[in-house]
Design a protein around this ligand. Structure first.
Ligand SMILES: Cc1cc2nc3c(=O)[nH]c(=O)nc-3n(C[C@H](O)[C@H](O)[C@H](O)COP(=O)(O)OP(=O)(O)OC[C@H]3O[C@@H](n4cnc5c(N)ncnc54)[C@H](O)[C@@H]3O)c2cc1C
Length: 536
């Protein structure tokens, strides 16, 4: 062995970095390794190679309620240079006829916008928001910020209180059933499912009826990192360095070394061997971790079978079109509603609730559905991401990873599809016809190439179907960040509470690993058992 430390983390996605930062602050010597040239995984901001000074966020951009995450304060990310803004007109679904359904940080403005479509729906929105606020704060937030309770214990605790029973009751439905049963207007139904549903959860999935009301009850909405998403990764790396940790990029792990049944190191593709006294944690997906990096004999058939059975969310992959612009997109609908010029997330092409079924059907057949897109013009809120007076913008679309069964078709299709998307975008924002300086697409295949842990372009790193939730995520026996291999832990989006930029997988894993290593927990994590026991 060439080097020795307390722990090694595979991958430097934000969950891995959050985990590393907590453990370094425990006084442990921790090293993280990534095949990419830059740390951060889904926190990526690249400078346009053809137009210096224009920056594009090629993976995540909308970071929901990020500044409220416990690690945001604990790890002092603002002192390290990260800063978040949360634009007031947070989301606008712009219709072809110029009307728009708007979500504001001020709920009363959201209510008024919904009431223009249906007064009854606006009232339902308020009712669900009010009813779900105590469930969100008393149950769902403490659960997301804690290692998951065993399923039976959770069920038992929730059954013992009025709020818990209500959550269990609402959860039984699918997001689709929730929206159809509780809201009447076609546009409101479409908007709620799109903004609040489709992103995280397959809308047909029973057991997730609570996901839309939980989002409605949230105090905070989509935020963006000033300077670009990568600034958050840089802030986390600064904290790690400040506390003695090391982040190594452009290195390819070949295998996790196991000695006497215990994970004890990592071998790199160039033959270098790194030893860890305390633990190995993987921010990669279960197949990478258990099938590729661990010797088949050491993993054993049962663990390999469970890892192989881990499923991905086929509705998750994104196609992205990135623009460098002379001026920001100016939506025709803003002529009657100037607030739209300041809308953060803009959704276009979504007119009818029935489009969901069309999108899902197209995904299942590997075909491209009629375009529904959403995106932003980051430079409206952060001029630093382009040269003075200039802008960047992007739109995303949910498209299948494999076109007619073959992901490689994206290499021929991406440019042409991007042009189609731009033509449609221009019908809503006519000035784009003369404003575009540069354009480049990124396909679901590009996602999988850049971040192979996002298998089949699944940016959530694993579906919530197949029972892959809570203590069973990624699968029973590995759902507490500990795995069946002694000394080996998981910490990426394939663990509880799942993908997206929340950092909570890493936050929760830190508590488990620190406890196992006998370290003092210097931060104050929530006590989920007490929260659930003390519910009214
Ligand atoms: C186009 C796109 C848009 C998105 N938009 C949003 C958004 O707006 N909001 C949001 O919340 N989420 C968004 N996401 C999802 C979000 O980026 C992910 O869910 C999140 O990044 C997962 O975090 P993670 O910590 O699990 O690891 P990741 O961020 O996925 O990072 C994993 C790391 O592991 C490394 N790695 C992979 N394989 C290996 C290997 N074999 N060896 C070594 N290293 C390896 C990768 O290089 C990477 O650095 C988006 C994703 C994509 C692709």
């Amino acid at each position: 062995m060439d080097e020795e430390c307390d722990g090694i983390i595979l991958g430097t996605g934000h969950n891995a970095l959050v985990l590393q930062a907590y453990l370094c602050r425990c006084g442990l010597k921790v090293l993280s390794l990534d095949r990419a040239a830059v740390a951060g995984g889904g926190l990526a901001t690249i400078e346009n190679p053809r137009l210096p000074g224009y920056f594009h966020n090629t993976h995540s951009f909308f970071h929901r309620a990020l500044s409220t995450m416990p690690w945001y304060q604990d790890l002092e990310v603002e002192r390290h240079g990260a800063r978040y803004v949360e634009p007031e007109l947070n989301v606008a679904l712009v219709l072809r006829d110029g009307r728009s359904l708007q979500w504001w940080t001020d709920f009363e403005k959201t209510f008024d916008s919904f009431a223009q479509f249906s007064r009854r729906d606006a009232q339902a929105l308020r009712r669900w928001r009010d009813e779900f606020q105590p469930l969100l704060h008393g149950i769902l937030i403490p659960e997301a910020r804690s290692p998951p309770l065993p399923m039976e214990q959770r069920q038992q605790l929730l059954s013992g209180s009025r709020l818990g029973r209500r959550l269990l009751e609402v959860s039984q439905r699918s997001p689709l059933e929730f929206v159809v049963q509780e809201f009447e207007h076609d546009v409101v139904r479409a908007g709620l499912l799109f903004f609040n549903g489709l992103r995280e959860v397959d809308l047909r999935l029973q057991g997730f009826g609570h996901s839309i009301p939980a989002l409605l009850a949230s105090d905070r909405m989509a935020q963006m990192c000033v300077g670009g998403s990568a600034r958050l990764a840089e802030a986390l790396v600064k904290d790690i360095h400040e506390h003695g940790g090391d982040v190594r990029t452009s290195v390819e792990p070949r295998s996790i070394l196991i000695h006497n049944g215990r994970a004890c190191g990592v071998e790199l593709a160039d033959g270098e061997r790194l030893e860890a006294r305390g633990f190995i944690a993987s921010g990669l997906n279960p197949q990478q971790t258990f099938l590729t990096l661990i010797d088949a004999a050491a993993a054993g058939p049962s663990l390999r079978g469970q890892a192989a059975g881990f499923e991905y969310n086929l509705l998750a992959p994104l196609f992205a079109l990135n623009l460098a612009l002379r001026e920001p997109p100016r939506y025709a609908a803003a002529a009657d509603n100037p607030a739209l010029d300041k809308a953060f997330m803009v959704i276009l092409g979504l007119e009818r609730f029935a489009q969901f079924h069309e999108i899902v059907a197209a995904h299942e057949k590997g075909q491209v559905p009629a375009t529904v897109m959403w995106g932003a013009c980051p430079t409206r809120f952060d001029p630093r991401q382009a040269p003075p007076g200039r802008h960047t913008a992007f739109m995303w679309e949910k498209l299948p990873y494999a076109i007619e069964g073959d992901p490689r078709k994206w290499d021929q299709l991406a440019h042409e599809h991007g042009q189609q998307l731009l033509r449609l975008w221009t019908t809503y924002a006519p000035n784009l016809a003369d404003a575009v300086l540069d354009v480049f697409p990124r396909s679901p295949l590009d996602t999988q190439r850049t971040l192979p842990n996002m298998h089949s372009g699944d940016l959530l790193v694993g579906s919530f179907a197949n029972g892959q939730v809570g203590a069973n995520r990624p699968f029973p026996g590995a759902g507490h960040y500990r795995t069946p291999v002694n000394g080996l832990y998981l910490c990426g989006g394939s663990t509880h509470p799942g993908g997206n930029i929340t950092g909570l997988c890493g936050y929760n894993a830190a508590r488990v690993i620190a406890a196992d290593l006998g370290c003092r927990i210097w931060w104050t994590p929530p006590d989920v058992e007490r929260s659930l026991t003390s519910l009214p």
